[in-house]
Design a protein around this ligand. Structure first.
Ligand SMILES: Cc1cc2nc3c(=O)[nH]c(=O)nc-3n(C[C@H](O)[C@H](O)[C@H](O)COP(=O)(O)O)c2cc1C
Length: 344
């Protein structure tokens, strides 16, 4: 029904509007009498196969990738759609509007999306408030849903001062999330990906680990990387990850590569710059996943992201060494039954 009726309706709207319309309607459903029972029946996996990663217990392997719920406003709703973990953000210290619209485009022929959102979010204080809501507490306590905090820097913060932005977000979110992700891999904040270089990266990660160690119970710290890094850069990342004693990696973010697309070049060019996600990033993100699994110590867990649509896609990433997987674009194309289909 989603593919034949609901998706074509949503796809009549520009992608960003469709996103908020779908979430608005779903919120109504969850609040409606019998709504939660409907979710338990249709969306929440019946099979509980807990996965242990980074010292946390996840209800199952499938989570929602960062960027879908930038402000933690829908974290509880996404739990009712069956996700075992929800990564909120990317969050920055101050609110920022992101890039001018339109900034998200569909490539239906390729089952992909191009976005240049640019870390639009309401700032870390607003995200904390959203995560303090009783509905979010409920899904964490009663359903065991894990919340991740994906953190970044404001556009106006120069790269040399970026580490301070990451510290602010880390400290403010500390009591409200279960794990942290340092995002230095979005292609849509000018210069951000340069922070993946050895020195600046190490500075950010060490500084966060210092803060982390001051807490009685430090939180798992992960790094999310781009699929466009060279082999040499990946080796550097692995070295830094070990040196900074990271708990894991998220592989990967969107790609800036546009090769091999079925959508006409003219059309793709017209969409402009941005990160490409969905099916077109599946192979490359798997290559990076497999390469990094070989390099990293076994104690470091990997979350595989990029182009997961089916159970086979998920199992492919698991076979390459991913403990958990996350989805974004596949969920837009497949609809609300996706998590249950992947897990059950
Ligand atoms: C519209 C959109 C916004 C995104 N925003 C973020 C973000 O803020 N932070 C981040 O780490 N990743 C962001 N991502 C990347 C996704 O989390 C994911 O890594 C990527 O899309 C690959 O997974 P997919 O093929 O399942 O979409 C975004 C992706 C999309 C499509």
């Amino acid at each position: 029904m989603y593919r034949l009726l609901i998706r074509p309706l949503f796809f009549l709207f520009p992608p960003e509007q469709a996103h908020y319309l779908a979430l608005f309607l779903f919120r109504l459903l969850v609040r409606f009498p019998g709504g939660k029972a409907h979710c338990r029946h249709w969306y929440i996996p019946a099979k509980r196969e807990p996965v242990k990663a980074f010292g946390l217990e996840f209800p199952h392997a499938v989570g929602l990738a960062a960027g879908f719920d930038k402000n933690g406003k829908f974290a509880d709703l996404m739990a009712w759609l069956g996700f075992g973990h929800i990564e909120v953000g990317t969050v920055t210290p101050k609110a920022q509007p992101g890039n001018p619209k339109p900034r998200m485009f569909r490539l239906p022929k390729d089952k992909g999306l191009i976005n240049r959102m640019g870390f639009n979010n309401r700032g870390v204080d607003a995200v904390v408030k959203n995560l303090q809501r009783k509905e979010v507490q409920f899904v964490r306590k009663e359903m065991g849903v894990i919340i991740g905090g994906n953190i970044g820097k404001n556009k106006t913060t120069p790269n040399e001062e970026a580490w301070q932005d990451y510290r602010i977000c880390f400290e403010k979110l500390f009591d409200h999330v279960d794990y942290f992700v340092v995002n230095v891999s979005s292609p849509n904040t000018p210069g951000l990906r340069e922070l993946q270089e050895k020195e600046p990266l190490l500075r950010i990660l060490r500084s966060l680990q210092e803060l982390n160690a001051q807490h009685e119970h430090p939180k798992p710290l992960l790094l999310k990387i781009a699929p466009d890094l060279s082999e040499e850069q990946l080796r550097d990342v692995a070295e830094v990850a070990v040196y900074a004693q990271l708990d894991g990696l998220i592989i990967s973010n969107t790609t800036i590569n546009r090769s091999g697309l079925l959508t006409k070049k003219l059309e793709v060019d017209r969409m402009g710059p941005g990160g490409l996600s969905g099916k077109p990033v599946f192979e490359r993100s798997n290559e990076v996943l497999s390469f990094m699994r070989e390099l990293l110590p076994e104690t470091m867990d990997i979350i595989g992201v990029g182009g997961v649509f089916t159970k086979e896609d998920m199992e492919k990433k698991q076979a390459l060494g991913a403990k958990l997987v996350q989805v974004y674009t596949g969920f837009i194309y497949t609809g609300p039954l996706m998590v249950k289909q992947l897990v059950d």
